[in-house]
Structure formats: structure tokens, C-alpha cells
Design a protein around this ligand. Structure first.
Ligand code: GLU
Length: 468
């Protein structure tokens, strides 16, 4: 067990974006590779925009991707009292103050500043006001920002990022209705959850400087920051629907195995030498902040497909079948019967070759899922002419007594073809049509071995009965 604690802190305001999944993966890999903890916090303080459906989509996405987290899901909203407590603590320490300025006063300040060409960051007259002067009107609690000097974000990806403190205003911590602002909530939660490394999108880089003010005022140790560049589409623009799927659920429904998705997302903005295809174990061992690139990663759908094919080919058969069944369930497709499951398992060795997605794998498995009478596609039907049906007539009784091995089946097929003075090539098309109703299928022998004697003979017999 190490001290590393990371988190993913999504806002539940829609579907789960693939960028959130990648951030989650980086945090997961970093923690898991170091025997640390990976936590999930739902940033649901924005009550207008947060929905239970969106939280559900995040949980489902994490589950599908196999990104397990430690402990319970933390709801940021439920911790509001603790956030307020910290604001009051800072008030008591004199590091924050009550500001009674009205919206009109703030607007007037800004107008005047603009007219004079000065910074419009609000400078409250209440910062150093004596408590006796406080009116009985609503107030917000503001932090006392440093007046001069600089704040340096020591970012593990971006390097040292320096912000002039005169660009930081006395930001509000607690609104006049007593609710905490998001910036306070993030810092208090990260501190209380013991987060040691904050790995997140670089759209939060500017927030880091403001969040650091709170850490420093509370005298809390800073986490290590690593702000990762966003994901772009192939044209170099921010990834959006225009480029293709952006939701994690969409990738699941496109039929990519979760292991391939993890592999692909890990490579999206992080690298380990020239390694493209790797396992979770390798990724956990290799993942580090030094390997994260500074420029935006481009989403490459071809590369994802390619990795997907490799992961399908490499997967262990039973695990692959299990994931395939979950995929069919997610797509609301009818489940395999027990005998189909058995055939899928025995045929997986030939189905998983060269299938880039689960859909392609299922397409190859049509010969298993099809039920008699087979629906024979037009193109395949053409090969079932009277000549080829005649050859099948010779072959079928021979198969009754053949031993059901690849060698024996090959021998029987060759001899039936030879009896009609053709070579096996002529017989392959009609057999594909008879066994799968398709012109393109796995090898005829693979299909016969998987279907077994009874089903093979039944299908061949059925095909012979077809009229021209
Ligand atoms: N809730 C923020 C988001 O969804 C993440 C905040 C953070 O990681 O600090 O973008």
C-alpha cells in the first residue's frame, strides 16, 4: 500500500464523455500501479444541471470500462455543511471576510474601473473593515487573496505555470444564502479525501491557482497537479459529435471490448516508448506522469479498431464470450441459448480471428445463431445449383459414419468432390450456403466441427431439397 490517492470528479450533467473516461483511466492506472487508492466523487453541487440519470451513466461507464474505485461514491452536494465550516474557519482566522457589497455596487465598481482602463477584478471595501461597521444585511464570505507576488503551479505535465497574484480576486467562498462555491468544495473534498495527485483536464489549470489560495490559507499540503491536454478530433479541433462518438456508452454499443478501450485511451495523450498494444498489467506498471504529452491528443478511430481487433484475438475464450453476452444485453439483442453458448465457446478460436468489433464477431457467428430453415442470402443461393446439390447428396451419407475430426472431414469432402470430378474448391461455396446461408463464412471445416454431426447433416439435407 502506498500513499497515492487519486480521484475522478465528474459533474453529472449529461452523458459520460470519452474525455472523462480517459481522465478516470489515467487516475486509475496511476493509483493501481502504485498500490494506491482511486476514488470517485460526483460533483453535484450545481442542482439545476445535475441529474441522477447522469450519475447513473457515469457509474455504468466506469463499470463497463472496468475502472473500479475504492470506498463509497462521494457526493459533493452532501458535504456542503463541511465546505461552509471551512469558510467560517477561514473567517475566524482572519483569512476571509464578510463582504456586504450589493450587486449594484459591484457593477458600479466595474464600470468605473473599465472607464479608467483598470482591472475590473472586484476590490471589496469590506476586506479590512472593522466588525463594528458591519451592517445587518446579507453578505458573502470572500477569501483574502494575496496582493502581490506570484503563484506558481508546479504542474507535472505543464511544468511551472506562473500566475501574477494581482490577477486573483478575493473570490467568494460562501454565497449569501450560505451555499459554498464550487472552487471551495473541490479543495475541501480533495483535502478531506486525502487526494495526493490531481490528474485532470487542462481546462482546470486556471482553477488551480485559485484553489491553491485556499490550500495555502488553510495551511493544507498541496496535491501534485497534472493537467492533461484535451482530446481533439482528427482535424485538430476539440473532439465533438461531429467527429463521431463522444459518449462512453456509444463506444460500448459500437462493440469494442473494454480492454481495447482502456489500451486505446491510455495511449491518447500518454506514451511508453513505441508501445501501442499492451495489457492492463503493463499499463499499470508503466503509467507515469512523465509520459503524458503536452499537446492535445488526436482521436484516431482506425487505431482504436486495430487495437480492438488485437484485443479480441488475444482474449481468453470464456472471458470473451462473457463480455460478448454483456454486449448483446446492452444492445437489447436476444441472448444465446445454452447450446449456442457451447458452440460459441468451441468456435471462438475461429470467430475471434480478424474480428475488429463484437459486431464483426457476431456476424461471423451467424452459422451458430441461425436456425433451420436457414435464411439463405441471394448470393449464396446461386452456388446451390443442381450440380452442387448432387455433390452434397453424395457427401451427406458419407458424413453419417465419418469420425468428426478435421482430417476425416477433409478427406470425406475431397472424396465427394472427386466422385463428381471437381476439386473441393467447387464444393466450398455450396457448403457455406448450406451451413450458414452466407457466401462469406469461417472455414467449412471449422463450421462442421462446431455445429457437430447432426446439425451439419440436417443443414446439408435441407439445402439439397431446395429447388432451383
Ligand atoms: N467536475 C469537474 C469536471 O467534471 C472536474 C473537477 C476536477 O477534476 O477538479 O470537469
Amino acid at each position: 500500500m502506498s500513499d497515492v490517492v487519486t480521484r475522478i470528479a465528474p459533474s453529472p450533467t449529461g452523458y459520460m464523455h470519452i474525455g472523462t473516461a480517459r481522465t478516470a483511466l489515467f487516475n486509475w492506472l496511476f493509483a493501481r500501479g502504485r498500490g494506491g487508492k482511486f476514488l470517485l466523487r460526483i460533483e453535484d453541487t450545481d442542482r439545476e444541471r445535475s441529474t441522477p440519470e447522469a450519475t447513473d451513466a457515469i457509474l455504468k461507464g466506469m463499470d463497463w470500462l472496468g475502472l473500479d474505485f475504492d470506498g463509497e461514491v462521494v457526493s459533493q452536494f452532501e458535504r456542503a455543511a463541511r465546505h461552509a465550516e471551512v469558510a467560517h474557519d477561514l473567517l475566524a482566522q482572519g483569512k476571509a471576510y464578510k463582504c456586504f457589497s450589493t450587486q449594484d455596487e459591484i457593477a458600479a465598481f466595474r464600470d468605473a474601473a473599465r472607464a479608467e482602463g483598470k482591472s475590473t477584478l472586484y476590490q471589496s471595501p469590506w476586506r479590512d473593515a472593522a466588525p463594528e461597521t458591519h451592517p445587518e444585511t446579507p453578505y458573502v464570505i470572500r477569501i483574502k487573496s494575496p496582493k502581490d507576488g506570484v503563484t506558481v503551479i508546479k504542474d507535472a505535465v505543464q511544468g511551472d505555470v506562473t500566475i501574477k497574484n494581482d490577477q486573483l480576486d478575493d473570490m467568494i467562498l460562501l454565497r449569501s444564502d450560505g451555499t459554498p462555491v464550487y472552487m471551495l468544495a473541490v479543495v475541501v473534498d480533495d483535502h478531506d479525501m486525502g487526494i495526493t495527485h490531481v490528474i485532470r483536464g487542462d481546462d482546470h489549470l486556471n482553477n488551480a491557482a485559485r484553489q491553491m489560495m485556499i490550500y495555502s490559507a488553510m495551511d493544507w499540503p498541496l496535491p501534485v497537479y497534472a493537467h492533461i491536454p484535451l482530446i481533439h478530433g482528427e482535424d485538430g479541433k476539440k473532439l465533438s459529435k461531429r467527429h463521431g462518438a463522444t459518449g462512453v456508452d456509444e463506444y460500448q454499443l459500437l462493440g469494442y471490448p473494454a480492454a481495447a478501450m482502456r489500451n486505446y485511451l491510455a495511449r491518447l495523450g500518454w506514451s511508453h516508448g513505441d508501445d501501442e498494444f499492451f495489457s492492463d498489467e503493463q499499463a499499470k506498471e508503466w503509467f507515469n506522469l512523465e509520459g503524458i504529452g503536452k499537446s492535445a491528443a488526436r482521436f484516431d478511430f482506425k487505431k482504436l479498431q486495430n487495437l480492438s481487433g488485437q484485443h479480441i484475438a488475444k482474449a481468453e475464450d470464456a472471458a470473451l464470450l462473457h463480455e460478448l453476452c454483456a454486449y448483446m444485453d446492452a444492445k437489447n439483442q436476444s441472448a444465446f441459448s445454452d447450446s449456442q453458448k457451447d458452440m460459441m465457446l468451441s468456435g471462438m478460436y475461429c470467430l475471434k480471428e480478424r474480428a475488429k468489433t463484437f459486431d464483426e464477431l457476431l456476424d461471423k457467428a451467424t452459422f451458430i445463431t441461425a436456425v433451420r430453415p436457414l435464411d439463405i442470402e441471394e448470393k449464396a443461393k446461386k452456388s446451390l445449383n443442381s450440380v452442387s446439390r448432387c455433390i452434397l447428396e453424395t457427401l451427406t451419407p458419407q458424413l453419417q459414419n465419418a469420425s468428426w475430426t478435421r482430417d476425416a472431414l477433409e478427406a470425406e469432402c475431397n472424396s465427394a468432390a472427386a466422385a463428381h470430378e471437381v476439386n473441393f474448391g467447387k464444393l466450398a461455396g455450396p457448403m457455406r450456403a448450406a451451413l450458414a446461408g452466407r457466401a462469406v463464412t469461417p472455414s467449412v471445416f471449422d463450421m462442421m466441427l462446431v455445429l457437430g454431426r447432426d446439425e451439419t447433416i440436417a443443414r446439408l439435407t435441407e439445402a439439397q431439397a431446395l429447388a432451383d
